[in-house]
Design a protein around this ligand. Structure first.
Ligand code: P53
Length: 479
């Protein structure tokens, strides 16, 4: 039976989908919400970075202001997820709904009440909530007034926000993720990633790398403190880090490429080392010395990191990369330059390489290194979809999911690794994070809106909807 993997997953496996507040809620200035980083990002397109404005301009096209109006439609959208059979849902809390500027003394009750209702609705629909605390949407005020995460004070603001929401929703939300794709900033040469992950803006270019490591250190300490806070509120709560997992393979068997790929993996995934093992890897501390970077890692920080490692590792997986850089004697990994096409892999329309084997490889690699249970909280295929007579035929998406889910099942069943859920991006079509486009679609549910917010907003089931429904019904046995 060509379509069946034959692998049945453990009972209680989480089958869901994942999104982020700023990419679908809209209602960017409703009920006291403050302005976030995502609110000053204009629409971009494939290979054209999104421009960032200093304030919100009256005539700018800011797709995140609209999202798909999920702020008002979530109950109907959860009806569709329930019909599909999902038992889990990942979204983020928009920090700016709770602390609009980030540095207030008291939270915004209207924002807290909104997520009370949304979380209750998830549970009524049989969806186990998985909540991200920070997903590319920090208050713009903290960027402008404090310099983003380069400032140690931001740790306190974040921990206060996290404590507020974990105390409020901890009776209903067991799984918490701290920083979405914290390691995207390996691309510190690209200002987009530094702003999204760390709220870094207006810095001297030659300081970008050092600031990235400094900001990341503060995030890592904040993440450990949030883990501590959550466990103090209720020891049954589980906190995970969130890693963008893109394996970086050597492009050739030249030992210099093998070494470079090892260094690329060490560079991209040290955030996982600190989260899961509670300490910095030696090579990186040596690198800070060689570069004269002052990262301000105090004895107290080291203790916090060591005592509060994560309960699990969550990760996104979309693609793999290759590296070849034999003329680089220091093996410094430059993420913006070092990738070539892998001749064995096809690519999406956005140039993302399609590599189902890579997700099994990645799960094995993370287990060997971190020994933490894992959950896939993003995986998916951004594509152009066409609505014709109320139908969307998306065999390319089904194909992508079929091959990737099979590979995850092999990691679980054949390799015996603890993966406790699979939450593809994004269940329903939403705004793309990298390009701000609506036409780069990931959902099982189509949303009739274009890049300018024009359209009926109506929801339609794609062919992949029924396909994923059956995968969940058979607990992964029929793909
Ligand atoms: P979009 C870059 C590379 C890999 C994953 O991405 C990325 C990014 C975005 O900067 O982001 C994650 O929408 C992210 C989501 C995002 C999703 O992947 O650019 O956690 O917010 O939407 C897909 O196609």
């Amino acid at each position: 039976m060509q379509n069946d993997s034959g692998y049945k997953l453990p009972d209680g496996f989480l089958w869901g989908s994942a999104v982020a507040a700023h990419q679908l809620e809209g209602a960017w200035d409703v009920d006291g919400k403050g302005v976030s980083i995502a609110d000053v990002m204009l629409a971009g397109e494939n290979h054209v970075s999104r421009k960032v404005t200093d304030t919100v301009l009256a005539d700018g096209n800011y797709p995140n202001h609209r999202g798909i109006d999920f702020y008002h439609t979530y109950a109907q959208d959860f009806d569709l997820f329930k019909e599909l059979g999902m038992n889990a849902f990942r979204t983020s809390i928009a920090w700016t709904r709770i602390f609009p500027n980030g540095d207030e003394d008291e939270p915004n009750e209207a924002g807290l009440a909104f997520y009370d209702q949304m979380i209750d609705a998830m549970i009524e629909h049989g969806l186990e909530p998985v909540i991200t605390l920070s997903h590319f949407e920090m208050p713009l005020h903290l960027v402008k007034e404090y310099g983003g995460w380069r400032n140690r004070k931001v740790i306190d603001f974040f921990v206060k926000y996290a404590k507020t929401v974990i105390a409020r929703y901890g009776d209903r939300v067991k799984y918490w993720l701290t920083f979405n794709e914290i390691n995207n900033q390996t691309s510190w040469m690209n200002p987009h990633h530094l702003l999204q992950d760390s709220g870094l803006k207006d810095y001297p270019e030659e300081q970008a790398q050092e600031l990235m490591y400094l900001a990341s250190h503060h995030e890592l300490v904040a993440s450990a403190l949030v883990t501590k806070v959550a466990h103090a509120i209720n020891p049954d709560l589980e906190v995970g880090c969130m890693i963008a997992m893109n394996p970086v393979y050597p492009a050739t068997s030249n030992p210099k490429d093998i070494m470079m790929s090892q260094r690329a993996m060490q560079t991209r995934y040290y955030w996982g080392d600190v989260h899961a093992l509670g300490e910095y890897p030696t090579w990186l501390l040596k690198y800070f010395e060689q570069k004269n970077f002052n990262i301000d890692i105090t004895e107290e920080d080291k203790k916090i990191l060591k005592e509060n490692t994560v309960d699990f590792v969550s990760f996104s997986y979309y693609m793999s990369w290759t590296v070849s850089d034999p003329e680089n004697p220091l093996y410094e990994y430059d993420e913006e330059k070092n990738h070539g096409d892998n001749p064995f892999l096809a690519q999406s329309d956005w140039g993302w390489q399609i590599d189902p084997v890579g997700i099994r490889y990645a799960i094995n690699w993370m287990w060997d290194r971190w020994h933490k249970k894992m959950i896939v909280v993003e995986n998916g295929f951004g594509a152009f979809d066409k609505l014709e007579d109320g139908a969307i035929h998306d065999p390319y998406r089904i194909d992508y999911f079929k091959n990737h889910i099979k590979s995850v099942e092999e990691a679980i069943v054949l390799d015996g690794l603890p993966v406790f859920g699979y939450m593809p991006w994004s269940g329903i079509d939403i705004i793309s994070a990298s390009t701000g486009e609506m036409k780069k679609r990931y959902g099982f549910v189509y949303v009739d809106l274009d890049d300018f917010g024009e359209g009926s907003g109506k929801r339609y089931k794609k062919d992949s909807f029924a396909w994923y429904q059956n995968v969940i019904k058979t607990n992964g046995a029929e793909l």
